[in-house]
Design a protein around this ligand. Sequence first.
Ligand code: NDP
Length: 635
Amino acid sequence: MAANIENFDFDPEKLRQKYREERDKRLRSDGNDQYKEVKGDFSYFVEDPYVEEKTERESLKLHTEIAIIGGGFGGMLAAARIREAGFDDFKIIEKGGDFGGTWYWNRYPGASCDIESYIYFPLLEETGFVPKRKYTNAPETLEYCGVIAEKFKLYENSILQTEVTETKWSDDSGLWTIKTNKGDEITANFVVHSNGPLNRPKLPAIDGINDYKGHTFHTSRWDYEYTGGSSHGDLKNLSDKRVAIIGTGATAVQCIPHLGASAKELFVFQRTPSSIDVRANKETDEDWFASMKSGWHEKRRANFEGFLAGEFSGEDLVNDGWTEIFRTILSAFRASGPSKLRMASWVLLAPFNKDFYKKGLKPYMADKFMNFVGKENISNKVEMVDFAKMEQIRARAEEIVKDSNVAESLKPYYRQFCKRPCFHDEYLDTYNRENVTLVDTQGKGLDKITEKGIFFDGKEYEVDCIIFATGFEVGTDYTRRSGYEIYGRKGLSIMDKWKDGLSTMHGMHSRGFPNSFFFGPQQAGFTANYTHSLDEQSIHLAYILKSMREKNMSLVEASKEGEENWVKTIIDNSRDMLSFQESCTPGYYNNEGKPMQAPQNNPYGGGALNFFKLMKKWREKGDLKGLELSSNNYN
Ligand code: NDP
């Protein structure tokens, strides 16, 4: 449902003030240090509860042409795309017991994806898979990972249940050596680092966290042996249990309805409420799906990206909560009076008019429109649209939740993209259950954990189980998040190389780390439809490897100039998000209230779609500009 911005009924200044107050309650000096690294005494939180049989095996000593670290969508796509390009000598090293990455670990009840499945699932035209619903869930996503693995014969190339502990380059041999927790020593000509941006679970450093004597686990290692049930819910064993969950982010929003339905009593400890919009999932119309013409998948993904980039892309194919906000912004300009409306509608209608594209008028019109409306006016309008949208979200909480105090606690007071927007149709209603208590910590978090449960505001909540829905490390350094160090030329570590800010070419290469490819949003295209970005990076990787093979080259590295130019491009194009992020309530989107200062740590500021286009153009030119290639490994 689009937010109504024409007849809004709010006082923008009052809302600004309220947003500031709510943010100030949550600001804290320790930022990211409020979280504990999950290791040592806490390492039981990251053990694999899903693996059916732990593999005991001899250490491996082997050589492979390409080592891919990580068997999530990134690693699988890298493997699929290089297989398509004619490379078969590769190994995928994955710490989990199977492919899936995020989806291997996050099997909590209700786990699902709120990016439309028809764009989130990569390689849909290649596999012919038909997702059952508009929004998929964890079991179907894991099933699909299996489909990709079978289709591209990835099991033949996999080393599962194996965690990489170090990768090291040797100038003497011109090879990487990869060490693992199984004592393996694997040499490789090329290494692809695809270790996921949300890989390391984090725990709040709450007093007494290790004193608790009851049962406890993190949502990314759900203990079904304890709770019973499955990703679909029905957690039978909780029917006589008092359960506490800490956190109300995107993960908690999905599992709380199942916990509420199954537990004898559920206590939800909230620091900041999420924004909960309508989800409206629906079954796939198979006839519609079958009627799609070749190339539909790419077109649909690009269409979604276009909306997220705020481009005027015509028909909204995905048409969901993500794209809605941008449609609403456009419609805001409709209300700006006849002359602006005329201008706006030219721009709005242009994409529906094929001739408009043919004449190449679109960019010209868009520029003219921007000049006419004025930049300041635009940011003001965007803020109004945001207020209106969030008013609608808050009204939804009031409408669904019967107890008005609880409803008030569930209202998010911040701009929509300060935190990840959530979409759920049962979450809010869960608070109408008698057995569910929302403990609103007013932005503070709990006071401490005791032997028996949780202590907050003078009261001890005795519980049988505490579930941490406290998310993943994001703002910590690359090495800590990936779990292994990377040593390049002359023993330089990637941690040292990037200590004052990221330095890459296209986000993928970093000078001093030859034949090494980095996947992820760093200095590259960032989008909510993350698999799209991984697919584009995989296509790019396959292109470079194939070009090298054709040119008979064995070594690739960013040139000094290539890397400097790219860092400059990132800085020059970085969106000035600092004031927006500073005004946001803390969370991982703004580095826990301490926004990153170094502009080169941003993704490509022109948006993901433009980044993909830029990379495509670069490939089409064929000169591999910015990279140094050689056929000699000993330089
Ligand atoms: P988040 O980091 O988003 O949420 C962590 C939660 O823990 C927040 O509510 C946080 O509160 C709370 N918290 C942290 N410390 C304390 C404390 N001391 N006391 C009380 N509460 C505390 O992690 P999630 O796992 O929820 O989500 C991570 C990301 O995974 C999402 O943003 C999304 O990108 C992805 N995801 C996507 C899904 C989808 O497609 N629908 C589903 C699930 C996850 P506060 O907000 O105050 O910091």
